[in-house]
Design a protein around this ligand. Structure first.
Ligand code: SF4
Ligand code: SF4
Length: 140
């Protein structure tokens, strides 16, 4: 299978499997991953929360010397139960995960497997992919 075929296969599996998995029964990504934020996202969410950027940064962010910003708590501050309390203003990384819609899956295999025991969508997509590609026999 070439790279484009693999992208199509994981996208279609994700589209079939994701609706069967309730993220609000899980929340594992929000409970266990570091979230990157850019300036525009920080401005949007601080405005939504009615905080100045200085307050917002003090409350929620860590900043590296390179200018990289991350949410300063794991689980994420904005997780309430298993749901995102700022869903409409969540960050690009949150919207992207588990990223089966993004091209060049073959270059992200290692990072995807890092989430294998975290995300039921990833687990089921990869397990089904192994069977579909003949890598794993269904009865073994
Ligand atoms: S902002 Fe919302 S979706 Fe993103 S990690 Fe935090 S709780 Fe999860
Ligand atoms: S880890 Fe996967 S299944 Fe769980 S909430 Fe995140 S995206 Fe949804």
């Amino acid at each position: 299978m070439d790279s484009l075929g693999l992208d199509k296969a994981v996208f279609e599996l994700s589209e079939a499997i994701s609706p069967k998995i309730e993220c609000t029964d899980c929340g594992n990504c929000c409970k266990s991953l570091m979230v990157n934020i850019d300036e525009e996202e920080a401005n949007n969410l601080s405005a939504h929360l009615g905080q100045t950027r200085a307050q917002f940064d003090e409350n929620y962010l860590d900043k590296g010397e390179s200018g990289r910003m991350v949410v300063n708590a794991i689980p994420c501050h904005f997780l309430v139960g298993n749901s995102c309390s700022v869903y409409e203003h969540r960050f690009a990384g949150c919207k992207e995960f588990p990223a089966f819609h993004i091209p060049d899956f073959n270059k992200r295999l290692f990072t995807t497997y890092m989430h294998y025991d975290r995300c039921p969508i990833i687990f089921n997509v990869l397990e089904t992919l192994k069977i579909d590609t003949g890598f794993k026999q269904p009865n073994i």
